[in-house]
Write a protein that binds this ligand. Structure first.
Ligand SMILES: *[C@@H]1O[C@H](CO)[C@@H](O)[C@H](O)[C@H]1NC(C)=O
Ligand SMILES: *[C@@H]1O[C@H](CO)[C@@H](O)[C@H](O)[C@H]1NC(C)=O
Ligand SMILES: *[C@@H]1O[C@H](CO)[C@@H](O)[C@H](O)[C@H]1NC(C)=O
Length: 452
């Protein structure tokens, strides 16, 4: 400011001098310090003229800040990365603060300060940035993080801009969750559960997205439930998704190939996209900015669901106390101990919609192993609907498509787990509750087995 007022006062004298020779003609003189001279006009106008002049002048002056501007632009592109978010979190500020600080740090370098000391654009920019910094409550710590081209890759050899926009660049370590059948759940923590969860439940509910399923009874008699409705809500993200939430809803026999408003993609370079794999049967939703894939399929009358998310996105986006089946698993009172159910069936062979031997045979024939074999047998016993075999098979295919490494974690087991229940009565499953006949037959067995 001081420099500027000195300059203007010099100009004032000079103007008087020039106006003697060119009355009325206050022309900009072009070089050196004279470039700040302009006719005495209202201050706002003067500033405007000065700013416009400076834009021209900056081409000829040695005060070249273009590399700082480019650096700032790259930093802005990197704001969505986990690295930025983590660094910002450390200072309790928003990621944009790192970009601002990077810009300021670059501009304030000794060499530029010397070259630009009289440049209004430069000085205005710097004070504007500092003001913004205060307004955004950015950390004032001079040691706080800045964007460093050498350490933070995106800028490095400058890949095409489109590659960098709304792309996830965190750790490629993923977690998978799936839900299918009666319903059976594979949690992010690799637990396998069979649940009742009738009604609406959230599978995922974090800062980025919510996935909710509605499970209905499979038939009016049995207590088996399956997923008949699925809703995905992608939370507002002005830069990479939409300035409103984006919704996708599928219901039995209505699996659309687009989001609720009919669009198939959002954000720059389709950073949110839905792809119809098989019309009416199978879709995939991909969120590039968090490298998250969601697969939804209808098999028979019900849905299978699978999701793959980076672990660090998962960790950083949790909302405290939210119940997410994919994270916590089903609540204890909603779980069905299917091993107990198998023991019970082995013992009594009653009240199943299909015989144990036939169910086992069908599931083996479908190349199902390990947990998926168990789930297939369970669903056939409880519903008799062979479509659930395809659901179990597809659920597994979806997961290994999302992460081929999972194949290695599966055991080649095509027998039900050994009976470990020791003969205690098994009244815990919903299927038992659902059948008075079975209860009676068990009581009858017990009665008959009492030594007289
Ligand atoms: C299995 O699914 C087909 C349609 O995909 C359906 O027509 C059939 O009724 C289903 N089976 C049962 C037992 O519900
Ligand atoms: C995510 O959180 C879990 C448990 O809190 C932790 O073990 C894991 O290392 C975290 N992963 C990442 C990538 O932050
Ligand atoms: C799994 O076991 C069955 C027989 O128990 C065998 O036929 C099959 O080849 C095995 N599969 C693999 C991948 O090892």
């Amino acid at each position: 400011m001081l420099i500027f007022s000195v300059v203007t006062s010099v100009c004032g004298v000079e103007k008087k001098f020039w106006s003697i020779f060119h009355p009325g003609a206050y022309e900009w003189m072009g070089m050196g310090i004279e470039r700040f001279c302009y006719p005495p006009k209202p201050p706002i106008f003067s500033w405007l003229v000065a700013a416009i002049l400076m834009m021209f002048v900056s081409f000829v002056s040695a005060c070249d800040i273009s590399h700082c501007t480019a650096l700032f632009s790259s930093a802005k592109d990197a704001e969505k990365t986990e690295l930025f978010m983590k660094l910002a979190e450390k200072q309790a500020e928003i990621p944009h603060c790192i970009s601002l600080r990077t810009y300021i740090d670059c501009l304030a370098k000794e060499r530029l300060r010397t070259l630009c000391f009289s440049d209004i654009t430069y000085n205005g920019l710097l004070s504007g940035l500092k003001q913004k910094q205060r307004k955004r409550k950015c950390s004032a710590d001079p040691q706080a993080a800045i964007y460093d081209e050498d350490i933070m890759p995106p800028i490095g050899p400058l890949p095409p801009r489109s590659d960098r926009m709304c792309s996830f660049s965190g750790h490629q370590k993923y977690k998978l969750c799936g839900l299918f059948g009666d319903p059976h759940l594979r949690t992010f923590n690799e637990e396998f559960q069979t649940c009742k969860v009738e009604g609406a439940w959230a599978l995922v509910d974090n800062k980025h997205l919510t996935v909710q399923v509605t499970n209905d009874p499979v038939s009016s008699t049995g207590a088996a439930t399956a997923t008949s409705k699925l809703t995905v809500i992608i939370k507002k993200n002005e830069d990479c998704a939409a300035d409103q939430f984006i919704m996708y809803t599928a219901q039995t026999d209505n699996l659309p190939g687009s989001f609720s408003l009919g669009q198939t993609h959002y954000g720059p370079e389709k950073s949110v996209e839905i792809i119809e794999k098989v019309p009416g049967k199978s879709v995939e939703i991909y969120l590039r900015y968090i490298d998250t894939t969601i697969k939804v399929q209808q098999i028979g009358r019900y849905f299978t669901f699978a999701i793959k998310m980076p672990e660090e996105v998962l960790n950083s986006s949790r909302i405290k106390d939210n119940l997410e089946l994919c994270v916590q698993g089903c609540p204890n009172n909603e779980r069905i101990d299917y091993n107990k159910y198998f023991s019970e069936v082995r013992r009594t062979n009653h009240n199943t919609k299909m015989s144990l031997s036939k169910a086992t045979e069908i599931c083996r024939g479908a190349s199902l192993v390990d947990f998926y074999f168990d789930f297939c047998v369970f669903d056939l016993l409880t519903t008799g609907d062979e479509n659930f075999t395809a659901a179990a098979y597809q659920a597994w295919q979806d997961l290994i498509e999302l992460d081929p490494e999972l194949r290695k974690t599966q055991v080649n087991r095509t027998e039900l787990p050994p009976d470990t229940s020791g003969g205690e009565s098994l009244m815990q499953t919903k299927h038992m509750y659902s059948s008075r006949i079975l209860l009676l037959s068990v009581l009858l067995c017990l009665f008959l087995s009492i030594p007289s």
